[in-house]
Design a protein around this ligand. Structure first.
Ligand code: ADE
Length: 422
């Protein structure tokens, strides 16, 4: 038997990884149901799928599902600091799935791993942040003609894809998994909400009650972080550029402020905007001694880290995932998780129970693309069909043993009748 190709940190971690994958699997009943059906129907037979996702136990269960469906799969990391090395080892050793990912890999290795995944000439790509699709279009356009399409997991990736489409640069159909209701309403809000605080607490072990916590960005992720921090007793301050979202945050009960105002108030700052340098030099300069900053947005650009280095006269690591920057006047600022997604850098990412729905969407979107291999969708950004989204919600409720109410015939008729008013 030829060995499974890979570039991972330590194969000897496979036994630990296997247990971790099994543990997550117990919380992913929808994906398990899909995997069972896939192994009978084999809807992905003949498909080569290259996935660039966070290499976690939940992703491992998605990879197993795609393989059960008949696909040849390869996995590389979508972030240099989110890989669970034991999971990578188990995927290679136990499931014979090629993996290119090492926790803490540098930028060159990160891109070399994406290149390795693309060397399989995929029919379908799966991205979390659109790095694979971007690399395909920039460096390997010759591979695009054979492709059936791709999927995108996250808000930042969908924003990038829409920018590519509007500039006429997107050559294949991409399914915006992030935009499914059963993805962003749960994964972004409750997943990011809980796992971001999990990362902050594992990194620092601070008491959140009574602290002033600034959430920068009030999209679905920001809403989740704010509500969970509020639940733990923090005083939440929201910074937003969008007037409707700012009003929503205000009426949800939070203080709303500009970044300049909030900089002087916060004990802890969390960025979740998807944008660049939302906390920069002038804000670091206004912070209290001991302020902590972290990011839970996809890329590590939200904090102006080069600016922070310029302001600092000393810099040292003080705990796992915590670095201290001493400014010229002696104040200290603490950076958590190197400014990378704190939920994956310092904790284990979203809980499996929400990834169950996100990855059910991914698996079903791949099946959808494979079903159209001969009659491909138009290039562009496509929603996951509404019936798939609804099916995921129905299956999730079913696995939780929760019954839905049904409309009576009278109610159905009433909803379709515009004559009956006051
Ligand atoms: N994104 C956020 N949390 C994740 C997880 N647990 N697995 C894969 N991708 C994630």
């Amino acid at each position: 038997m030829t060995p499974t190709p890979c570039d991972i940190s330590d194969r000897s971690l496979a036994a630990e990884g296997k247990l971790r994958i099994e543990w997550s699997d117990q919380q992913m009943p929808v994906l398990t149901m899909i995997r069972r059906r896939f192994s009978e129907d084999r809807p992905l037979a003949g498909a080569r799928i290259a996935a660039c996702l966070h290499v976690t136990s939940e992703t491992a269960n998605l990879m197993r599902t795609l393989k059960a469906g008949g696909a040849e799969v390869v996995l590389c990391a979508s972030n240099p600091l989110s890989t669970q090395d034991d999971v990578a080892a188990a995927l290679v050793e136990e499931h014979e799935i090629p993996v290119y990912a090492r926790r803490g890999e540098d930028r060159d290795t990160y891109y070399a791993h994406l290149e390795s995944a693309l060397r399989t000439n995929p029919h379908i790509t799966m991205d979390d942040g659109a790095d694979l699709i971007s690399l395909l279009h920039e460096k390997h356009p010759e591979l695009l003609a054979e492709m059936w399409g791709g999927t995108e997991e996250t808000t930042t990736g969908v924003v990038r894809l829409r920018a590519m489409a509007s500039q006429g640069d997107l050559a294949i159909p991409l399914m915006a998994v992030n935009d499914s209701d059963t993805k962003h309403l749960f994964d972004n809000r409750y997943g990011t909400g809980q796992s971001t605080l999990d990362g902050i607490l594992r990194a620092t072990n601070i008491l959140l009650a009574g602290r002033d916590l600034v959430v920068v960005g009030y999209g679905w992720c920001g809403r989740g972080v704010a509500s969970r921090a509020d639940g733990l007793g923090a005083n939440v301050i929201v910074v937003e550029v969008d007037p409707v979202r700012a009003l929503e945050a205000l009426l949800d009960g939070y203080r709303v402020a500009s970044m300049t105002e909030a900089a002087a108030l916060g004990d802890l700052f969390v960025t979740v905007t998807g944008n660049k340098h939302v906390i920069r030099k002038k804000h670091f300069n206004a912070m209290k001694d001991g302020a902590m900053v972290c990011n839970s947005g996809h890329f590590d650009v939200e904090l102006d880290l080069p600016g922070l280095y310029e302001l600092a006269r000393e810099h040292r690591k003080v705990r796992t995932s915590v670095e201290e920057f001493r400014l010229l006047d002696g104040r200290r600022i603490y950076l958590l998780g190197e400014g990378r997604l704190i939920n994956l850098a310092a904790a284990e990412g979203h809980p499996a129970a929400v990834m169950d729905m996100s990855f059910a969407n991914q698996a079903l979107a791949a099946e959808f693309l494979a079903g159209r291999r001969d009659e491909r969708l138009e290039p562009g950004v496509h929603p996951v069909p509404a019936d798939i989204d609804r099916k995921v919600a129905e299956l999730k409720l079913e696995t939780l043993g929760i019954s839905l109410e049904r409309l009576t015939p009278e109610q159905e008729k009433y909803l379709g009748n515009w004559h009956e008013g006051t």
